[in-house]
Design a binder for this molecule. Sequence first.
Ligand SMILES: [Zn+2]
Length: 139
Amino acid sequence: MAKPADTRTAGRKPAPKATRSTAETEKIRAALAARRDELRAEYDQTLSEITELQRDRLTDSAGDDQADTGTKTLEREQEISLANSILERITQVERALERLDEGGYGWCERCGNPIPVERLAAFPSATQCVTCKQLEERR
Ligand SMILES: [Zn+2]
């Protein structure tokens, strides 16, 4: 069973207990870059959907009643907020890539252990390993 965390060391920034190999860093970089490309494609897709909705609104609004217009406006607003959240995620991934270059990325801020590549690829903004995250959520 896991021992409770030593409170005397809490708050102190843990030094990395392990070093990451260049190969592993490259793996993280590739995973992040792939994620960024994926998000960019998603963003482009959303933008073209917004453009399409906008065009629909302009071209076939003649027969629309107020409800139709309202629905289209709502759809467009939802698409825009979706686009914005994708853009935010792209920014997160780009920041992660910058931090990776500086060597300050991918280490758990609680225990100092390296965060697994798979987790970083899925959650580029992750700052804790799964174990620490679960411990924190249980509190
Ligand atoms: Zn940890």
